[in-house]
Each structure stands twice: as structure tokens, then as C-alpha cells.
Write a protein that binds this ligand. Sequence first.
Ligand code: GRF
Length: 209
Amino acid sequence: MLNIGVLISGSGSNLQSIIDEIDSGYIDGKITVVISDREGAGGIERAKSSGIPAVVFDRKNLGIDELNRKILDALKSCNADLVVLAGYLSILSREIITEYKNSIINIHPSLIPSFCGPGFYGLNVHRKAIEYGVKVSGCTVHFVDEGTDTGPIILQHAVEVMQDDTPEQLQKRILKFEHILLPEAVKLFCEGRISISGRKVTINREGLL
Ligand code: GRF
């Protein structure tokens, strides 16, 4: 069974979706650490109430370099095999990305390569999608490389944009599907069903319903 480290910055609803699907038996893995880069992130309480070790390394106090050093140490000492960015907003160091090459995944609330990259986080993503006038947006789970939201795509799900959507409404509609897509990607990774060749990710769904 693989060990999973989850990095968060916010409410942790995506973290919760992984916790729930481990509890249900859908994911064959174990979260060995949850790390937040800020105080007061709701996900820390979610982890604690599920008995999962959780730590805060506050970026404001530590600075980005020290934050990344502490994260790498914590991931190693918890023997993480897979690192999940579940609403994590700081930039990971080259050391972490190299150490966990092809083993870090991120959830992004748009259909990459649209509405992603530097500055595209939170409500801003949905605001930009609505301003542009796209008829579909959605969510993407991808591997993390040195760029921002540029790594190979694992799974995507399209969500319709309604005529009078507000960014908040679109965010809410997409988030529901994030909570399905992220656990699915974690499951597939934990079962060794994902392979990468260049930018192309192949999933072996043999034997799955
Ligand atoms: C999600 O929309 C995720 O895609 C984005 O940040 C949000 C985090 O939500 N990267 P939560 O903290 O998991 O509730």
C-alpha cells in the first residue's frame, strides 16, 4: 500500500474527498502526513479529526526556501510515495520536484491549458473563464513539473458554464467534480495504473468497472 503526503493551503475539501475514499476502500493507500503552508487552514482540522498527522509550516514566517526544506524533510520522514497538492498555493522547490519526479499530482479547477499558470488560482480562474465567454470549463488532475500547471495531464472533466454564472457558482459546480476526479487519480496511481511517456499519460483500466 502506498503512503500519501497531502499539501494544502485552504479548507481542504479535496483532502476530505481523499480521506473519504480511503475510508470507503476505493483508494488503496494511506495518508501519512498533511502539510499546510499557512495557519488556520481548515484542512488541518479535517486531518486531525481523522487521526492523520498534520503540520503547519507557515510560509509567512519561514520564507519559501525554508518552507520547502521543511516540506521535503517531512515527506521523507513520513515515507511518502505520492504527493498530492490539494489546493496548495506555494511554489514547490526544484529539489522536491526532482526527488518526487512523476509522483506529485495537482488538481486545477479548469481545463488545462486554459485558465492556468501564474496568477490563476481560486476564484480568479472562474472569473477569467466567464469573462472569456467559454461554454465549458472543468477540472484537471496533472503531474507537477518545474512549470506552473504545465505537467502531463492525468484526468480531466468538463463542466458546462451557464449563461448567468457568477464565479462563485461556477467554482461550486466544478468543485463537486474535483471531489470525484482527484480521488480517482489517487486510486489509479496507488494501483500502479498510470504510465507516462513524454507528455502523454496512459491509464490501464483493465479490471475496473
Ligand atoms: C480547489 O478549487 C482546487 O482546485 C484549487 O483550490 C481549491 C481548493 O479547495 N487548487 P479545497 O481547499 O480543497 O477545499
